[in-house]
Design a protein around this ligand. Structure first.
Ligand SMILES: Cc1cc2nc3c(=O)[nH]c(=O)nc-3n(C[C@H](O)[C@H](O)[C@H](O)COP(=O)(O)OP(=O)(O)OC[C@H]3O[C@@H](n4cnc5c(N)ncnc54)[C@H](O)[C@@H]3O)c2cc1C
Length: 288
């Protein structure tokens, strides 16, 4: 790999201007970018643009319409932020299982979305929260639903010269119930074997809306639309939870690897959603 120039602008406009006409790479926390440097075979970037000095890309805020995560919000920010604790605790459950404290302090939300890999842990809870990604480029701004942003194995809808400015999701509301599980070989610094996230909007015992997603069992994390439809408009019983869980497993296409067999992963794609749905609404998993 050849050497590269490095700039650290303090505005989004400065970053976009620097990127124009050059083979560039943005860097945020660097926790993927730096290890990936060892595997570059095409000469690598001419210019690396550090985003970490851009204050407008930081911070977490809530309004009546939803929660906004700045692109540079770190996993530690998610863990410590009061708005997230109040409005979307599912993100804190995820953050507690993400890497270890040193990586959490650097790893950003945008960096995880661009990773686009099956085991990108921030993605499943954001999919269940029905998040959208805001992109900026010299041509303007656009917003893409997160499930449309992920287009395949380590592929996203981002275009050359664009950067993520923020990720937002509608306020889940007081009556929402949630569940998250990262199945892995150990509790910290582990790659996810199966990840599952559930967000349910409840009115009494009836589920008015549902977001369900899986990680590590398809080329990129996915929303389980059919499972969501099974729950929507229904009182949640063990039978309904079971039907939804089966629909989750039906869309999973896991692989065998050193961490787990495809067969075990497929089984967990049913077990975890069923357990999370039942626990979220407080019904017994015991059919008797
Ligand atoms: C030891 C270790 C443990 C890890 N554990 C986990 C784990 O448990 N779970 C998990 O999901 N991941 C894990 N990771 C992977 C990594 O930490 C995450 O994917 C992280 O969120 C990446 O964010 P970053 O800010 O470090 O991205 P960077 O490395 O800075 O960037 C990654 C990519 O995103 C692009 N990018 C960054 N920000 C923007 C932006 N705003 N707009 C456009 N492009 C952008 C960069 O150009 C680059 O291509 C781990 C990594 C290490 C080294």
């Amino acid at each position: 790999m050849r050497g590269f120039d490095f700039v650290a602008p303090s505005t989004v406009q400065g970053a976009l201007k620097a990127a124009r006409g050059k083979k560039t790479k943005f860097i945020a926390g660097g926790t993927n970018f730096l290890p990936d440097l060892r595997h570059i075979h095409d000469g690598g970037p001419e210019l690396v643009i550090d985003l970490m000095r851009i204050k407008t890309l930081k911070g977490i805020a809530a309004s009546k319409s939803g929660v906004r995560l700045g692109a540079l919000a770190t996993v530690t920010d998610l863990l410590e932020d009061k708005i997230i604790g109040r409005e979307a605790p599912i993100l804190q459950a995820m953050a507690l299982k993400f890497a270890g404290p040193i990586i959490r302090n650097r790893a950003t939300v945008a960096g995880n979305l661009i990773d686009g890999g099956p085991a990108a842990d921030i993605v499943p809870p954001l999919l269940a929260l029905k998040a959208s990604v805001k992109l900026v480029s010299p041509k303007g701004r656009r917003t893409v639903a997160l499930d449309k942003f992920l287009t395949g194995y380590r592929r996203t809808a981002i275009k050359p010269g664009e950067l993520i400015s923020e990720v937002s999701f509608p306020l889940p509301g007081k009556n929402h119930k949630w569940g998250y599980y990262k199945l892995a070989r150990r509790n910290a610094m582990a790659i996810t074997v199966v990840g599952a996230a559930v967000v349910l909007q409840m009115k009494g015992n009836v589920c008015e809306d549902a977001g369900i997603s899986l990680g590590s069992v398809t080329p990129a994390p996915i929303r389980c639309y059919e499972a969501e439809e099974i729950l929507k408009g229904n009182e949640i019983t063990l039978e309904i939870a079971q039907q939804a869980a089966k629909a989750c497993a039906a869309v999973a296409s896991p692989i065998d690897d050193i961490r787990a067999s495809a067969e075990y992963r497929k089984l967990m794609c049913e077990t975890l959603p069923r357990r999370l749905i039942c626990q979220a609404v407080g019904i017994s998993l015991d059919p008797s």
